[in-house]
Design a protein around this ligand. Structure first.
Ligand SMILES: Cc1ncc(COP(=O)(O)O)c(C=O)c1O
Length: 404
């Protein structure tokens, strides 16, 4: 398997055109990646061959569906270096973080407790903590980022010394794109007795991650950013965390016994998987992990870095273009352009087939601190190549010229 243009055939949507026959240059990968044929076939194959609810029947289809679903869990567990019981399937990183903030936070956060997040967080790792803190009367503290766009460790040390129950942070932001020193931050949190919660939505899409190497209590990721289907992701927690946290939602499958007025919980992971799960999504995610393994072996992470650097260099060479990252971004390049609104630029670039993101990218507090309301973001994946970067820069130039 080779990267860039030779990979495009494997991702059917990339062969379509947009507008008046323009080749699609898809640079919104941080929002969601495209899906390879392996994933599309796995999902449709599940519905064509094995569709049934899992863990609920003794008939052939139910047993097959259960084997496929649990196979996906095993694969993801192996992928992040944990026992399969430590993998909870959820809709995505957002749901995973909400689970932690509500289930763990509901039991463990109280008046005056302090929760640390960073100014660079996606709303998914900010708003759930705002809600949990409001409910508990706890204080939410936003840590600053340093010149390299990474957590300011001196500020973190100061805040930890004042006491903190949680440190929740992204392993790689979706705006600035700086790969964080996750193990260093987790180590500081652990020493201070705080729970470490890692938003791995972007990081997990670019490299293989190892929960124990990071040393976090929990991490959340989204399958659809890793070439998997929409609506499937995982919360990966240590046994200690998961066993010590009450269930989030009640319903079928998450119980051991139910009486009239109370119930006993099933062991992990079932305790956190109430109701019918996204089984087809998990099956597709399993297929995506297999593709990802092959692409990473081919050097996908370096390839993405190369595309990012090319775009950064191209943007830096243009007057009136300002990059949001102060450090070295990986996978995403966010920028704003003097005298041109991001939405107008994005709309004009779309007419040339170039799909980039315009807006606040679900990171309003970060944009506010940078003194802007919105920005443009190009984000890269294994199937993008130099030609895509060139088309992107050319489309940007023409859009700017049109708006002058
Ligand atoms: C850094 C980061 N965290 C969390 C999320 C939320 O992921 P999802 O919408 O898949 O739950 C995103 C999505 O863009 C993200 O980029």
């Amino acid at each position: 398997m080779a990267l860039g243009v030779s990979l495009r055939d494997r991702f059917p949507v990339l062969s379509r055109t947009v507008g008046d026959g323009k080749r699609l240059v898809y640079l919104d990968n941080a929002a969601t990646t495209q899906k390879p044929v392996e994933v599309i076939h796995a999902v449709s194959g599940f519905y064509q061959e094995s569709n049934a609810n899992v863990h609920r029947g003794l008939h052939t289809l139910s047993e097959e569906a259960t084997t496929l679903y649990e196979g996906a869990r095993k694969s993801l567990g192996f992928w992040v270096g944990v026992d399969e019981t430590e993998v909870i399937f959820v809709r995505g990183a957002t749901e995973g973080i909400n689970l932690v903030a509500q289930a763990w936070g509901g039991e463990n956060l109280g008046r005056g407790d302090r929760v640390l997040v960073t100014v660079g967080e996606h709303h998914s790792n900010l708003v759930p903590w705002q809600m949990a803190c409001k409910r508990a009367g706890a204080d939410l503290i936003l840590l600053p980022l340093g010149e390299d766009d990474l957590i300011d460790k001196e500020a973190l040390a100061r805040e930890l010394e004042r006491g903190a129950k949680v440190v929740a942070f992204t392993a790689q932001g979706n705006v600035l794109g700086a790969p964080e020193d996750v193990s260093g931050v987790c180590q500081m949190a652990r020493t201070a007795g705080a729970l470490s919660v890692v938003d791995a939505a972007q990081a997990a899409a670019h490299r293989r991650i190892d929960r124990d190497e990071w040393g976090c209590d929990v991490l959340a990721l989204s399958g659809h950013k890793m070439m998997g289907p929409m609506g499937i992701g995982a919360l990966v927690g240590t046994k200690t965390f998961l066993e010590g946290t009450p269930p989030w939602m009640g319903g079928g499958e998450m119980i051991l016994d139910v009486r009239d007025r109370d119930a006993d919980w099933a062991p992990i992971p079932a305790k956190f998987e109430a109701g019918t799960m996204n089984v087809a999504g998990a099956v597709g995610f399993h297929a995506a992990l297999d593709v990802m393994r092959a692409l990473l072996d081919e050097g996908m992470e370096d390839h993405i870095s190369g595309m990012t650097r090319l775009a950064v260099d191209g943007l830096k060479a243009r007057d009136g273009v300002h990059l949001l990252a102060k450090g070295e971004p990986h996978g995403v390049v966010s920028f704003w352009v003097e005298a041109a609104h991001p939405h107008d630029l994005s709309h004009l670039m779309d007419q040339e087939g170039v799909a980039v993101r315009a807006g606040h990218h679900c990171a309003k507090p970060l944009h506010r601190r940078l003194g802007i309301q919105s920005s443009l973001r190009a984000s890269f994946y294994g199937y993008n190549d130099e030609d895509d970067v060139e088309v992107f820069l050319g489309a940007l130039d023409r859009a700017r010229a049109y708006l002058l």
